[in-house]
Ligand binder design. Structure first.
Ligand SMILES: [Zn+2]
Ligand SMILES: [Zn+2]
Length: 196
């Protein structure tokens, strides 16, 4: 289950980042991030198709990828995971930068539907969506961008709104070479321990 709006941030028992923020290197965080996408897929499939066999998944996935703008972003990302790129053999969109089919598919994923949860500032779901995509495809971005997205993911999942000022402050810290731990401290006030 992904965090709900207003949930407190928790440390990952494996990497000491905020949960989710240790991905892609921390296996536990990586599983948590993947679960966000897979939960969306399971919910979609059971709602639309009921019980299906594994053999039926690629057909459904191909249909989703044909119309990314008609489906939730988690469903689109999960569908891409379930298809194989004919050019490079990776999961669709997950191949190396420069694979024409993956480059194109990776672009298309951003046309998927993003629905903000009740109670969040406009664009919260977009922030989550981009962070998840980048953390799951780290080879498609710079180290600085990946770090920023990792740092933003857990607070965004908890419904935190990043003002432009806060985002700029974080960007400046990253430019100065800040580590994940230094950035994570900015969100101590959202943590479990803040209430103690
Ligand atoms: Zn972790
Ligand atoms: Zn490819």
């Amino acid at each position: 289950m992904r965090p709900a709006v207003g949930d407190r941030l928790r440390r990952c028992s494996a990497c000491d980042c905020w949960e989710y923020g240790g991905a892609p290197d921390c296996a536990r965080c990586r599983v948590l991030v993947d679960e966000i996408v897979d939960d969306g897929w399971r919910e979609f499939v059971s709602r639309e198709f009921g019980m299906i066999t594994l053999k039926e998944e690629p057909g459904i996935a191909a249909m989703v990828v044909d119309e990314p703008d008609r489906h939730d972003w988690r469903v689109v990302d999960a569908a891409m995971d379930r298809l194989v790129c004919a050019d490079c053999g990776s999961s669709l969109g997950g191949g190396p930068v420069g694979c024409p089919t993956c480059d194109r598919s990776h672009g298309f994923r951003y046309s998927a539907v993003e629905t903000d949860r009740p109670g969040v500032h406009w664009g919260n779901e977009h922030a989550i969506r981009v962070s998840v995509s980048i953390v799951r495809n780290p080879h498609r971005t710079s180290a600085a961008d990946l770090l920023g997205r990792r740092a933003a993911l857990a607070p965004a999942l908890a419904g935190h709104h990043f003002t432009t000022e806060a985002a700029q402050r974080m960007g400046a810290l990253i430019k100065k070479g800040a580590t994940y731990a230094e950035l994570a401290r900015l969100f101590d006030f959202l943590a479990d321990t803040a209430d103690l």
